[in-house]
Design a protein around this ligand. Structure first.
Ligand SMILES: [Zn+2]
Ligand SMILES: [Zn+2]
Length: 149
């Protein structure tokens, strides 16, 4: 991950429709194509909290194949996941996160670090998600998607 991402606070993301926690490792992000659009991204959502819906599709802006995601508890759409990133996107400097949440449908809550005095930031998170967050398929391709720098 590029160093500029490491100082960002880690946020917990909660579905606005049903108050389920869907991600403990969220990062606030902006869409490169539209910087007014606020998003949250993660490298690993909580296991079993969200599912892909419908078939993968491309947005037309690039060749990435993406799939919409929905909250498993209430079924509402919460964002999307990049199933197959395209080459230009892989080569651009990004945070390597393939799950994106729409800021209008999730609440973000800051978290405290181990000392309990400071906000938890990405550089104090372990590289690998903890057991409760892990997604098998993600680990296999993680090295390929991290920022090249
Ligand atoms: Zn792309
Ligand atoms: Zn929900």
């Amino acid at each position: 991950m590029h160093s500029s991402f490491k100082k960002k606070p880690v946020v917990q993301l909660v579905c606005r429709f049903c108050d389920s926690c869907i991600c403990k490792r969220g990062m606030k992000a902006v869409l490169l194509a539209d910087t007014n659009m606020e998003l949250y991204s993660t490298d690993a959502p909580c296991a079993g909290k969200i599912s892909n819906v419908d078939k993968p599709y491309s947005t037309g802006k690039c060749e990435c194949r993406i799939s919409d995601t929905a909250c498993n508890h209430c079924g509402n759409n919460v964002g999307y996941t990049i199933m197959i990133p395209c080459v230009p996107c892989l080569q651009s400097c990004n945070n390597g996160h393939l799950w994106i949440f729409n800021s209008t449908v999730v609440w973000a809550e800051g978290q405290l670090d181990k000392s309990g005095c400071d906000v938890l930031r990405w550089d104090s998170l372990s590289e690998c998600p903890g057991d409760d967050n892990s997604q098998e398929s993600f680990h296999e391709d993680k090295d390929d998607i991290d920022c090249i720098r």
